[in-house]
Design a protein around this ligand. Structure first.
Ligand SMILES: NC(=O)c1ccc[n+]([C@@H]2O[C@H](COP(=O)([O-])OP(=O)(O)OC[C@H]3O[C@@H](n4cnc5c(N)ncnc54)[C@H](O)[C@@H]3O)[C@@H](O)[C@H]2O)c1
Length: 262
């Protein structure tokens, strides 16, 4: 048994894919990609917005990190396969997958009671199938390297789900326990992070202070009700590194105490 040191968080030699890391300027995906690169990983910055992904990859390279950009539609299996192939071509394999891409702003005020089947299927396709699709493609690559770590991006808004968006994010919690069950024998751990109100361009546009629902959340939080995306990165590094090797099937709330649950 070795004593624990900060080295347990080190990701040198690891290869990580982060989806949804290139869209809006200030995003959680960007923060995740930068944090993983700063911990030593080679990072595939993947997004539907290829130019945005390139900007983030350039930013990482400019500070001495290793990154490439890939334009991907996570709902499309050949496109997700091409993303994984790019990771293998550039860096030799995949150890870490962060399923962060989602529709959030786009879902806006979409009410479950009035969203038609086409709308429902689009939201589920991106927010739930997209994560499963990428996991299906990447899991064999992880297994061939002796294991890996998958992190799904849920939301405090899933506890309880009070919107169609919340339904998709709660489904990701179930996908997390299910994939963890199915992949544990291959030493692939699957966990999730459920962020609170995060100060991204997308998040800030959706949670104005004067909204009564937002006010009720602010009142519930035990420490600051909003924080910047870097506040989520400690949980991410725990889940994807040796430091978190005994954790799988878990969803960690990082939300200022908005959601209290066992
Ligand atoms: N900001 C918050 O307050 C908050 C809170 C809880 C959870 N989240 C979750 O965190 C994640 C990132 O949020 P954000 O605030 O950075 O939002 P964001 O909108 O900036 O990031 C989402 C990214 O996903 C990409 N994307 C959408 N559809 C895609 C597809 N089919 N294929 C590939 N990429 C696609 C978008 O281009 C965008 O870059 C999302 O999963 C969101 O639901 C955010």
């Amino acid at each position: 048994m070795a004593d624990f040191t900060n080295q347990n968080f080190d990701l040198a030699g690891k290869v990580a894919i982060v989806t949804g890391a290139g869209g809006r300027g200030n995003s959680i995906g960007r923060a995740y990609a930068v944090a993983l690169a700063n911990a030593g990983a080679s990072v595939v910055v993947a997004d539907l917005n290829g130019e945005g992904a390139q900007r983030v990859a350039d930013e990482i390279q400019a500070t001495g990190g290793k990154a490439i950009a890939v334009q991907v539609d996570i709902t499309d299996t050949p496109s997700a396969q091409a993303m994984a192939d790019a990771a293998v071509d550039a860096f030799g394999g995949v150890d870490i997958l962060v399923n962060n891409a989602a529709l959030m702003v786009e879902m806006g005020a979409a009410a479950t009671i009035s969203t038609d089947r086409a709308g429902f299927e689009r939201f589920m396709a991106v927010n739930v199938w997209g994560a499963i699709n990428c996991s299906q493609i990447v899991a064999p690559l992880m297994a061939s390297r002796g294991g890996g770590s998958i992190v799904n991006q849920s939301s405090a808004g899933a506890f309880p789900a009070q919107s169609l968006y919340g339904i998709t994010k709660l489904a990701l919690v179930a996908a997390t326990t299910t994939l963890a069950t199915e992949l544990g024998s291959q030493n692939i751990r699957v966990n999730a992070i459920a962020p609170g109100m995060t100060k991204t361009d997308a998040g800030s546009s959706m949670t104005p202070d004067d909204n009564p629902f937002v006010q009720s959340i602010i009142a519930r939080c035990l420490v600051q009700p909003r924080d910047t995306p870097d506040a989520l990165c400690g949980a991410l590094l725990l889940l994807v590194s040796e430091a978190g090797r005994w954790m799988t099937g878990q969803t960690i709330n990082v939300d200022g105490g908005w959601v209290l649950r066992y």
